[in-house]
Design a binder for this molecule. Structure first.
Ligand SMILES: [Mg+2]
Length: 219
């Protein structure tokens, strides 16, 4: 999948429109992180990742993406629909009874593009690492991507996973942190400060790139 910058800009605007419509229609959901991560999603699905449609759960020899901060499901669902994983019309069922588009992504509805349930924070990096190691065992050269909130980094499991990745040299994973300084209860600095996050991540053996308010980790 490789779209032009102009196509990506148009899609970004459309996805932002979808997010507002979806959340407003049911007066429920998380628009902030969704709107803040829209460019990340359009770039990931429109330029960066190699994947095939129709979607398969196994996705052998394809890049995988794991959303760890599952509450930003509006941007994930809209991106998947706009990139052809399922019909755009289904976005209007967001957070409604019997919908495949629940507030937090799950797998049992069989929505194409969703490989893990998320919403309970802190688990996505561990899952992504397991998949990355599985790809190595399968001699699959593709990459695994994950996205995390910065408030989510207060979960202990994240740090276990960060430590595990470098110790076991899981070098086929690229993780991104939406480093917006905010979480549901306020500023991350007030709730539980992350301190010098860049230095901490490097100390755990990751290569850290900072792009505006996004932090990208690569082993
Ligand atoms: Mg945040």
């Amino acid at each position: 999948m490789s779209k032009s910058i102009e196509e990506l800009k148009t899609l970004t605007t459309q996805i932002r429109r979808d997010i507002l419509r979806m959340v407003h229609a049911v007066n429920s959901g998380h628009p902030g992180g969704s709107l803040g991560c829209t460019e990340f999603f359009t770039a990931l699905y429109g330029k960066v990742m190699n994947y095939k449609l129709p979607f398969t759960m196994e996705g052998k020899n394809e890049d995988h993406f794991y959303l760890s901060n599952g509450h930003i499901s509006p941007v994930f669902y809209s991106t998947l629909a706009r990139f052809g994983f399922f019909p755009v019309e289904e976005l209007s069922t967001f957070r409604k009874l019997d919908s495949r588009l629940q507030g937090h992504p799950t797998t049992h509805e069989g929505l194409p593009g969703i490989r893990i349930a998320s919403g309970s924070l802190g688990q996505g990096l561990s899952v992504a690492l397991g998949v990355a190691q599985g790809k190595k065992l399968d001699d699959d050269q593709s990459l695994v991507y994950s996205l995390h909130g910065d408030g989510e980094l207060q979960e202990g499991q994240i740090w276990e996973a960060l430590m595990y990745a470098s110790a076991k040299k899981v070098d086929n994973i690229i993780s991104t942190i939406d480093y917006n300084g905010r979480q549901i209860d306020g500023d991350t600095d007030d709730v539980l400060s992350l301190g010098n996050l860049h230095a901490k991540l490097e100390a755990f053996g990751w290569i850290v790139l900072e792009e505006k308010m996004v932090m990208i980790l690569k082993l």
